[in-house]
Design a protein around this ligand. Structure first.
Ligand SMILES: Cc1ncc(COP(=O)(O)O)c(C=O)c1O
Length: 491
């Protein structure tokens, strides 16, 4: 991981991890430059550069004539407030914006904060490559055989073992392997809804969910969501009581784009509410392994006693995005879901299934997750402090307990689409807030993904977004902000 990072950066990451884990407490003195250099066998200048990097990230601060100390948490900007979407469901018509943004987010000529994708240097590509080569050597005969059924037994068992870490005891026989988490979610929705049905989800929500709803002709009921504590269960209960909700689709851990995580007690309550209301919960656990605290990694599914929770996951964000494998345990809908899956896309490539099973079973996997969490935590700290320094007064930003997505609420006068265009003129890609709602809300919000490449050019670009937002705020006419969402032209 970070194999080609400069030595000072690797050292800075190591110290950042000690700070994040509490080994080095806030306010505590860190070793002198000389001691640090001796302890790690590096030159004095490398040790100084590492401390400078940590200082830039506001993780440590220099005190005159006393040395360096662990700083208080990076400067706090206020967080956004609980969202207030309309209480009626809506048909979904996303337009072309999300597809355009995603295309740009992966354009190598852009500095991208547009996607929620981790960059390849965050993964141990060599470990993945070796597993694929091993699978190709040992199981080459599988290429000449049609894969059938719900996925290779070995991977289903590996997923069941992995789910123990999410607090879930799953029967491997009831796990269905899919092509991705999104395929799992699509199958769940197809199993429990008909066109025209109402699906409740967080607001804002991942645009990929809205695209699925649109394709399946389902209506979105956006539920108020707190930026740290997630979907409001009181509002969801009200929706159950007053509307024909046919399914809930939620990301209880590190939701996209808010990065919210439901508190532990609320997880049990959500499982109970869905059981009592007899409404299936489609739980997306894609990001659970990125949560910093153990109790936030525990899935709602672990509280499911009667099979009302359909749990969906993949390893796109933690092991290797390119393996394209997901999984689902669909509770009481296991049999219809397995039939739907077989009729939709059959099985997956057995060889990659076996490579993934091999990777999941390796002793280093947990350690790799820990390292991934620490690296992105340091990065999120740095990004938040850059936002605090360079974005216009009145900006709010989330402080997610893990993951690499920040949701930034700009002052109301700043239109996110205008900001998107201004950034694009400088080949910087951001994701405007309206992509994350079926109701054209969040016009002055943007999602910034900081899990991609992270270089000095990215740090400068992040500052530049703040400057451009400031300029838009100053130029904004004195009228009710963003009454209409401007059309996007990315030409
Ligand atoms: C909440 C959520 N679920 C699912 C996905 C897609 O996962 P996969 O690549 O396994 O389909 C994403 C991707 O950003 C996501 O944010």
């Amino acid at each position: 991981m970070q194999a080609d990072a400069p030595l000072y950066q690797t050292l800075a990451d190591t110290i950042a991890r000690s700070i994040r884990s509490g080994t080095l407490a806030r306010g505590e003195r860190v070793p002198s430059v000389r001691t640090l250099a001796r302890q790690h066998g590096v030159s004095l200048s490398t040790a100084v550069l590492a401390y400078r990097r940590l200082e830039d990230a506001r993780l440590i601060e220099a005190r005159p004539r006393s040395g360096w100390f662990v700083a208080a948490r990076p400067p706090a900007l206020p967080e956004p407030e609980t969202t207030q979407p309309p209480s009626q469901s809506q048909a979904v018509d996303l337009g072309a914006l999300a597809a355009q943004v995603m295309q740009l987010a992966h354009d190598p000529t852009c500095i991208s904060f547009g996607a929620a994708c981790p960059s390849s240097d965050l993964f141990d590509g060599e470990r993945v490559r070796r597993a694929v080569v091993r699978a190709a050597q040992r199981h080459r005969h599988t290429l000449a055989e049609y894969p059938s059924g719900p996925g290779h037994e070995t991977l289903r068992r590996a997923v069941a073992r992995h789910a123990l870490g999410l607090g879930c005891t799953l029967d491997a026989q009831r796990i269905v392997i899919t092509n991705s988490c999104l395929e799992s979610i699509t199958l769940c929705l197809r199993a429990v809804t008909q066109p025209g049905d109402v699906v409740a989800l967080e607001s804002p929500t991942y645009f990929g969910f809205l695209e699925i709803l649109q394709n399946l002709h389902l209506r979105a009921l956006e539920i108020p969501t707190h930026p740290r504590h997630g979907i409001s269960l009181d509002a969801l209960q009200l929706a159950f009581d007053t509307q024909p909700v046919k399914a809930v689709l939620a990301v209880p851990t590190l939701s996209n784009p808010l990065g919210a995580s439901l508190p532990p007690a609320e997880r049990r309550r959500l499982a109970q509410m869905c059981t009592t209301a007899r409404v299936p919960l489609i739980e997306d656990v894609l990001y659970n392994d990125l949560a910093e605290q153990d109790d936030r990694r525990r899935a709602v599914k672990s509280h499911d006693t009667e099979g009302w929770v359909m749990v969906c996951g993949s390893f796109s964000k933690t092991v290797a995005p390119g393996l394209r494998l997901g999984w689902v345990e669909a509770g009481r809908w296991h049999a219809p879901l397995a039939r739907l899956k077989a009729a939709t896309s059959g099985g997956q490539t057995t060889m990659t299934e076996l490579a993934l099973a091999d990777l999941l079973g390796q002793a280093g996997t947990e350690a790799a997750f820990r390292q991934l969490r620490a690296t992105i935590a340091a990065r999120v700290d740095e990004a938040r402090s850059l936002i605090a320094q360079h974005f216009p007064r009145g900006t709010r930003v989330t402080d997610p307990p893990g993951g690499y997505i920040l949701w930034v609420e700009l002052p109301p006068a700043v239109c996110a689409i205008h900001l998107f265009r201004a950034c694009l003129a400088e080949r910087i890609c951001i994701a405007p807030g309206t992509m994350f709602s079926a109701t054209e809300r969040y016009r002055h919000c943007v999602r910034l993904g900081v899990g991609g490449r992270w270089t000095d050019a990215h740090r400068t670009a992040l500052q530049r977004i703040g400057v451009l937002a400031q300029r838009l705020q100053e130029d904004a006419p004195n009228e009710a902000p963003n009454e209409k969402t401007p059309q996007v032209s990315v030409a």
